[in-house]
Design a binder for this molecule. Structure first.
Ligand code: PMV
Length: 317
């Protein structure tokens, strides 16, 4: 048996602007996808379980699918297996991360599966290979859509600054509340809409992106020095700029304003918007109140730590 786990992620600052090469800051979180591989001669199958789904099973030989959602999670696993010609194994996937919520669940599943397979089949992949192959596989499954940030954070953990390049940052862990609208979002659609707005009004949206990039860069020093009130202020400004480019929704706004009324130091959309999740920075004493405020406003809410460990592999010979 070989097991691996990989973290999900949040984008602290810079979503959408990063698509145009402006700096963004992301952090790995302490919610993980876990994968176990077992040799099962004559049988190749995937079993998956997720917070948002009932358990389901897909048999790759018979093609039997018990739940339509099975296709979604297992597509990533089966693509990894196919890429390396893996057969006669059973892959069990268990994830803390809701799907299609902008928390990097698919990247975590791909990275954990690939890292486990690397160990199980002695593929000889380095961490850099795991990150780059996982990015390639996730992007192929999503028909060309994918950010290297998600697979890099799932592989290396910690924090990453992303612009045209990806650089690791040594920054302290942070408590963050995540509020999910429970509505899946469509990253491709949101990115196309925002890029369309940029093409139509480069003189207006360009400076908005520059301002978002300046926030992401400034946030690094604030986080290093744990100047949390200022960090919260910048989250609020970043949220306003995301609203300005049209990725807000009523449900996201309700959670953001509930968080601020619940004494968060700052709150913003995380990820592509149009549904999915927001994040809020709790004050030192206020996380219980903050989570209650988010739930009261209709969200699913949980606390995470950011800057957590990347992929981890265990082999039980
Ligand atoms: O799909 P999400 O919610 O993890 O975030 C996408 C982030 C964007 O900046 C909007 C797109 C990208 O590729 O960076």
């Amino acid at each position: 048996m070989t097991a691996a786990s990989a973290p999900g992620k949040i984008i602290l600052f810079g979503e959408h602007a990063v698509v145009s090469g402006v700096s963004a800051l992301g952090g790995a979180i302490d919610l993980r996808a876990r994968v176990r591989l077992e040799d099962t001669p004559g049988k190749t199958s995937i079993e998956a379980r997720d917070l948002t789904l009932q358990g389901f099973r897909l048999d790759l030989i018979t093609g039997q699918i018990v739940s339509a959602d099975a296709m979604r999670a297992t597509r990533y696993v089966s693509s990894v297996l196919k890429e390396y010609g893996a057969r006669d194994i059973t892959v069990k996937v268990d994830s803390d991360l809701p799907l299609a919520a902008g928390l990097g669940s698919s990247a975590a599943i791909v990275v954990a599966t690939l890292a486990a397979l690397n160990e199980h089949m002695d593929l000889g992949l380095s961490r850099i290979d795991v990150a780059s192959q996982a990015y390639k596989i996730e992007k192929a499954v999503q028909q060309g859509l994918g950010s290297p940030m998600d697979t890099a954070l799932a592989t290396y953990g910690g924090y990453l600054q992303v612009s045209r390049d990806i650089s690791p940052l040594d920054l302290p862990q942070l408590d963050m509340a995540v509020g999910s609208t429970k509505q899946p979002h469509d990253t491709r659609c949101e990115v196309e809409r925002v890029q369309g707005l940029l093409a139509q009004h480069p003189d207006i949206v360009g400076p908005i992106f520059q301002a978002i990039g300046a926030i992401s860069s400034k946030a690094v020093a604030l986080l290093r020095d744990m100047r949390l009130e200022e960090l919260g202020e910048l989250m609020n400004v970043n949220h306003g700029l995301l609203e300005a480019v049209g990725v807000g929704t009523k449900e996201l706004s309700e959670l953001v304003y509930a968080a601020r009324a619940g004494e968060a130091l700052g709150a913003k959309i995380t990820g592509a918007g149009g549904g999915g999740c927001m994040i809020a920075l709790p004050s030192s004493e206020g996380s219980t109140r903050l989570i209650a405020a988010l739930k009261q406003a209709g969200g699913r809410a949980f606390l995470v730590k950011t800057g957590c460990e990347g992929v981890r592999v265990v082999r039980d010979r």
